[in-house]
Design a protein around this ligand. Structure first.
Ligand SMILES: [Zn+2]
Length: 621
């Protein structure tokens, strides 16, 4: 294989990690940048500790850190530590961001040897260069954080760090401890903020000199910080969003941002109060031609009714923390809004997923129907009594997972498209065996993983269990947060949860059995989900797993709203009307032992055998 020099030239001109639109921008000259934030990162600035955040134009905060890294290698070498939330993200960051940075920059390429050459000193988590070394590690690894004295410390996405690294304490404190031997140390922390009261970057920003970028109004010239509450748009046309000057009311258009940004200035709220320089910027400041105000308003329109997605928007687009509702969920209130679904799946349902909880003497299973914007319907809930060590209860599960559900629209029957089965309990071997033979049908073995910042569905599966069966670590806290914020919704629409009329009080008690609490460990607040009392919570677990299965499908490319568009093309079956919401009179049903379900299909003895024939030939009859 050979490369043409022309092609290499072209590759050099590609910026890493920017939107494709930026490719149209050409570099015509390099001049010193008179940006306060950039000057603060520069190593000859007199202060020791610098902070960049809370939400420096999202994705650009990491970019700023990478530029700093390049500068250190080239101009001011020394030992540098780059901390990512986990060792795995550090590896990914190394391959996807740092290697290309070195590859496309001629000077860096000369200083960091090719990893393929012998004794290059260039590995995924360590890059040697003359006069220094760059070490990458994860905040979950105490060993990595204890490595060696560090002059430059770059902590990326610190809101994603665990509260404790391997039981040795706060990873931020551990890493910072490494820099104390250097009088001329420099620390850069960046992050997208998360939840109010728990966000590390917000706390650090509050302790800094708190700089915000003030920009002049093109009409009245008065300075202001750009705030979401000043965004306006013509009714029904968010793409035309403009900014209303807080002083004179002038409608500022997106294209005027360039002039405003060029004439703005950083003003500290707390000047002299701290030697830490702190910067906050939201995506409302994105230069014209990148993320426009119209884009941001449009995205807001898609998520504002669903708190779980609105939170992400507030964190990433506004760079602000999310304040949670302190209101306790009440199962009886939810029960009061049960609806009559009828014999067919409600017309809004696009696909079905299942979540299965494995207990010592039974399996519990929820089938959830998902529609546009993750509006959901609890289609069925079963308790399958029987010892999971034996085959009978698994056969029952198999029959239920294969069941066909007729739809209210004129489409073919729906089947469960994906299922997530908890293998964290005592009967994990049996659960693995069941899933192993059914991976092709997206019956996935999962394990719940607590902790803030863990995604609902991981990027890839793990295999370190006894049976070598791939399993997925599900971020149960993120899922519970999403579910509980959605249970608070009062109006059908994005994120809303529908329940059938035959669901009993015990189920609603289980669904709302947990609450979030704050515990302090070594001075850091830690959010934890705990059961309110010694109540059971299997209904909640099943919903968490069914939601995880949906996220697993999304990870494989599922586009729910696109499928909803297609589904809505089909007319309703005869005699079906679009449902009116029937609200049952609130009444309290005494809790009872869930009844045993006898599946409607005959048992077969080959439950451990190869894939069932109808799945192999795809007929599913
Ligand atoms: Zn004005």
């Amino acid at each position: 294989m050979f490369r043409l020099s022309r092609k290499i030239e072209r590759m050099r001109s590609i910026e890493v990690g920017r939107p494709s639109r930026s490719k149209r921008r050409r570099i015509v000259a390099i001049r010193p940048v008179d940006s306060v934030a950039v000057r603060c990162i520069s190593v000859d600035s007199p202060n020791h500790l610098y902070l960049c955040g809370k939400g420096w134009i999202p994705t650009h905060n990491t970019e700023a850190g990478l530029c700093w890294l390049g500068y250190v290698i080239h101009q001011a070498p020394g030992p540098m530590l780059l901390v990512q939330p986990t060792v795995e993200t550090a590896k990914r960051h190394s391959k996807q961001r740092i290697d290309p940075l070195i590859e496309i920059s001629a000077v860096l390429k000369d200083l960091v040897k090719d990893p393929r050459s012998r004794d290059s000193g260039n590995t995924i988590l360590g890059k040697e260069f003359p006069g220094g070394v760059l070490i990458l590690t994860g905040a979950n690894s105490a060993v990595g954080l204890r490595s060696m004295p560090i002059r430059y410390l770059f902590m990326d996405e610190i809101d994603g760090y665990p509260g404790d690294a391997d039981g040795e304490g706060d990873p931020v404190a551990l890493a910072t401890q490494r820099t104390v031997t250097f009088a001329n140390r420099k620390i850069l922390m960046v992050s997208t903020p998360t939840i109010k009261g728990f966000s590390r970057i917000e706390a650090a920003y509050q302790e800094s000199d708190r700089r915000r970028y003030w920009v002049p109004c093109p009409a009245c010239q008065a300075l202001q910080v750009l705030e979401w509450k000043q965004m306006r748009w013509p009714e029904g046309d968010r793409e035309q969003a403009f900014y209303e000057c807080i002083h004179c009311g002038f409608p500022i258009q997106d294209y005027q941002k360039g002039w405003m940004l060029a004439h703005g200035q950083w003003i500290a709220e707390n000047p002299g109060g701290s030697k830490v320089a702190g910067f906050h910027l939201s995506s409302l400041y994105s230069p014209h031609g990148w993320t426009s105000w119209g884009d941001i308003a449009l995205e807001h329109g898609q998520v504002y009714r669903d708190p779980s997605r609105l939170k992400v928007w507030v964190n990433t687009k506004l760079g602000e923390t999310w304040e949670e509702s302190a209101e306790q969920l009440d199962g009886e209130g939810l029960m009061a809004r049960r609806e009559m679904f009828g014999p067919l799946l409600p017309p809004g349902i696009v696909l079905l997923t299942a979540g299965v909880d494995v207990q010592d003497d039974r399996l519990e299973l929820e089938i959830v129907g998902w529609g546009r914007d993750e509006e959901s319907w609890s289609v069925a809930y079963w308790v399958l009594w029987g010892d999971p060590a034996g085959p009978a209860v698994w056969q029952d599960l198999e029959n239920l997972l294969y069941r066909a559900y007729p739809h209210a629209r004129q489409v073919s029957d729906l089947y469960v498209r994906a299922a997530a089965i908890d293998t964290g309990g005592h009967r994990s071997m049996e659960a693995y065996t069941f899933c192993r033979a059914r991976q092709e049908r997206r019956i996935w073995a999962i394990k719940g993983l607590g902790g803030m910042g863990k995604p609902i569905w991981p990027r890839r599966s793990s295999r370190n269990n006894k049976g070598r069966v791939p399993h997925f670590m599900v971020g149960v806290d993120a899922a519970k947060e999403s579910i509980y914020s959605r249970l608070r919704l009062k109006e059908p629409g994005p994120g809303y949860c529908h329940f059938p009329l035959d669901r009993d009080a015990e189920w609603f008690r289980q669904l709302t059995a947990e609450k979030i609490t704050t515990r302090y460990s070594k001075g850091r607040p830690i959010r934890e989900w705990v059961k309110k009392s010694h109540e059971r919570n299997e209904a909640l677990d099943c919903r968490v797993y069914a939601m995880a299965a949906l996220h697993g499908l999304m990870g494989m490319g599922l586009q729910l709203n696109k499928e909803a568009d297609q589904r809505e093309q089909y007319p309703l079956k005869e005699g079906v009307a679009l449902p009116e919401v029937v609200v049952a009179a609130p009444k309290i049903i005494e809790p009872k032992k869930p009844k045993v379900i006898v599946p409607d299909k005959p048992r077969q003895s080959s439950w451990l055998g190869p894939l069932r024939d109808r799945w192999l030939d795809g007929r599913r009859k």
